[in-house]
Ligand binder design. Structure first.
Ligand SMILES: [Zn+2]
Ligand SMILES: [Zn+2]
Length: 193
């Protein structure tokens, strides 16, 4: 099978089954996991699929960042380059202007959330927020909501950025706790623009 045929096959499976692990794909296609990673790389780069804890799944449509919607949480036009998307269990898609609003909204409707998706700060790749690393208090302004959080796919990049710009690296649950604590139960966010 050509790489393009394998890629089409993977997308067909994802459409039918939701998410599949890399191991499972490599078994079914009878190729190495390295080959699977190479095959899916373009799909990840085009944000057609996303990495999840169980493997990969299709990115929900509309693809994040393509259209400018008002932020579900602070109602500001969410057209910056760090949007967050929440997919609910009944497949509603909510657009949030930045990880700050994404996290606060997540906490509000936690039971209804099926997926929360953000973008890697450096590569702009699409990642599940639950697997991301969050940098708070960095000396770098996104000009969105405060307190601000930057999201990274790898701990290495988060720590490298932290070396240059300071701040604290947190996992998803810690970031949720920390932002909630700092908002002291206030609703809305302190948007600067
Ligand atoms: Zn917002
Ligand atoms: Zn914001």
């Amino acid at each position: 099978m050509l790489p393009i045929e394998r890629r089409q096959q993977i997308v067909t499976w994802l459409n039918k089954e939701g998410s599949i692990s890399i191991t499972e794909i490599s078994k079914r296609l009878n190729v190495s996991e390295m080959t699977v990673y190479r095959d899916i790389k373009p799909l990840l780069e085009e944000s057609k699929i996303i990495k999840t804890s169980g493997g990969i799944s299709l990115a929900p449509a509309p693809v994040i960042g393509v259209s400018a919607h008002a932020c579900t949480y602070c109602l500001k036009e969410s057209n910056n380059r760090h949007p967050v998307q929440i997919i609910t269990n009944d497949l509603r898609v909510e657009q949030l202007c930045c990880p700050h609003c994404g996290i606060l909204r997540y906490k509000d409707i936690e039971k209804d959330v099926s997926q929360i998706i953000c973008r890697d700060f450096l590569h702009n790749s699409t990642i599940s927020a639950k697997m991301a690393y969050f940098l708070m208090d960095a000396d770098f302004q996104l000009n969105c909501c405060q307190p601000q959080v930057l999201t990274f796919e790898s701990i290495k990049h988060a720590e490298q950025f932290q070396k240059g710009f300071g701040g604290t690296v947190l996992r998803f649950d810690e970031a949720v706790e920390e932002i909630r604590k700092r908002m002291k139960g206030e609703s809305g966010c302190h948007c600067k623009n």
